[in-house]
Design a protein. Structure first.
Ligand code: ATP
Length: 203
């Protein structure tokens, strides 16, 4: 069976990645969410969780045996070496699980949601094209304030840790502009769907 064309989807917090992915799902296109995969590889009983506990100690496990993300974040937050260590445990497992999920896909193309694709630096080997979901920062801030009940300063602080709009757009092969209503998003997604089907067909 032909491998699906893999489109990486990225965008800043609250830009509308989930909204855009859902618009593709409504057309029957599968979406793999790497945030979900990152959680799946450290479920209780997994080799991933055992490796994290070996490297970081039992303090990163909750009483129920799940990963205590707050404790782990506290350790890696201000220690780049420990963060790299954590990434060296998680990233290969995430990649392997994504590869398995890709094997199961029968659609001509699929989306791979990677919120921090640009921040990751080097080119992601599992992605053939990059789709950036873009909107002006004021809209991003307003949406996240409304959704997550955060202050403007709190949203701005999160955005400070992410790539800038320009950095993201500079690596985009395709862009969905999500600055008005949902019908306009679906219209752009329909056009991309036709393009991706044609690209998948001719590669
Ligand atoms: P995160 O980075 O936090 O995962 P995201 O990029 O996936 O977020 P969404 O969850 O899709 O973004 O959108 C953020 C919020 O803005 C949601 O509450 C969503 O319902 C709302 N939203 C997104 N796009 C639109 C739109 N075009 N019109 C109105 N509301 C929207």
């Amino acid at each position: 069976m032909k491998k699906p064309l893999v489109i990486g989807v990225t965008g800043g917090i609250g830009s509308g990645k989930s909204t855009v992915c859902n618009a593709f799902v409504s057309l029957g296109i599968p979406v793999i969410d790497t945030d979900q995969v990152a959680r799946d590889v450290v479920v209780p009983g997994s080799a991933g969780l055992a490796a994290v506990a070996t490297a970081f100690g039992a303090d990163v496990l909750s009483a129920e045996g799940t990963l205590d993300r707050v404790a782990l974040r506290r350790i890696v937050f201000s220690d780049p070496q420990r963060r790299r260590e954590l990434e060296s445990i998680l990233h290969p497992r995430i990649r392997a699980r994504v590869a398995e999920l890709l094997q199961e896909i029968t659609a001509p193309y699929c989306l791979l949601g990677i919120p921090l694709l640009v921040e990751g630096g080097k080119k992601n080997q599992q992605v053939e094209r990059v789709l950036v979901v873009d909107c002006p920062e004021e809209i991003q801030i307003a949406r996240v304030m409304a959704r997550d009940k955060l202050t403007e300063q709190e949203v701005a602080a999160i955005m400070q840790t992410q790539a800038t709009r320009e950095e993201r757009l500079s690596v985009a092969d395709d862009v969905v502009t999500n600055s008005s209503d949902l019908a306009i998003v679906q219209h752009q997604v329909n056009a991309l769907h036709a393009r991706y089907l044609a690209l998948a067909e001719h590669r």
